[in-house]
Ligand binder design. Structure first.
Ligand code: CA
Length: 233
């Protein structure tokens, strides 16, 4: 990949400057804008690889910006929000954001999230040329056509729900999926009371695929938000 292009949407000058300085230091190309209207224009003209989006903008609701973007663009969106905007964060993820940063965040955190998002871009691009319906991530292999899962050479036996859960996470590698989204996709319901059972299924799935279930390398937990499949090198 050439120099990645990042679109920064943030109306707080101090935060915007911090993000810009970090990107510059790392050799990323970027545009910084302060409004939702400018964000949508630039997303179309500048064609960024990743968008860093503050949820509290003066002219538009960040969630609406994501909804608009998602009608024509699959560009990863990392939302930036204050801790008091926790509900907005989940709403933003459900609207199609990939990830989130809570203010105040460190430079290392920002760069780590960017790397995950850029990896998703790279694998999305490769997927187009990969006609085989096989998912590979580290030691983990899913043969979608056969419905089989392997860790290394060993076939893993999953229950139908565990298998669907794994496929859903795999197909969204790099993206944080909210509890509500997962419940809706797997069970067709999104009752908050179902979240504990999701945790149980996730625990049994991890026991089967993670080398050290207490320190998962594939499926990351986002407390109070959801889960994400990470790309393992
Ligand atoms: Ca703001």
């Amino acid at each position: 990949m050439n120099k990645p292009q990042i679109l920064v949407v943030e109306d707080d000058t101090a935060v915007s400057n911090l993000i810009s300085a970090t990107l510059e230091m790392q050799g990323y190309q970027f545009h910084a804008v302060r409004t939702g209207a400018a964000a949508i224009l630039d997303a179309a003209s500048f064609r960024p690889d990743v968008i860093i989006l503050d949820l509290g903008l003066p002219d538009m609701d960040g969630v609406n910006i994501i909804k608009k973007l998602r009608t024509w663009s699959n560009t990863p969106v990392i939302v930036v929000s204050a801790r008091s905007e926790d509900r907005d964060k989940v709403e933003a993820l459900d609207a199609g954001a990939d990830d989130y940063l809570t203010k105040p965040f460190s430079v290392e955190e920002l760069l780590a999230r960017l790397r995950v998002a850029l990896r998703r871009v790279r694998f999305d691009t490769e997927k187009v040329s990969d006609a085989a319906s096989v998912y590979r991530n580290g030691e983990l292999t899913i043969d979608y056509a056969a419905g089989c899962v392997y860790v290394g050479e060993k076939e893993i036996h999953l229950t139908p729900i565990e298998y669907r859960l794994l496929c859903l996470l795999a197909k969204n590698t790099g993206k944080v999926l909210t509890h509500n989204y997962i419940l809706r996709e797997i069970w067709g319901s999104a009752l908050p009371s179902d979240t504990p059972s999701l945790r149980v299924f996730m625990a049994t799935l991890r026991k089967k695929i993670e080398p050290v279930p207490s320190h998962p390398q594939y499926i990351q937990t986002h407390i109070g938000v959801g889960y994400r499949m990470l790309r393992v090198q």
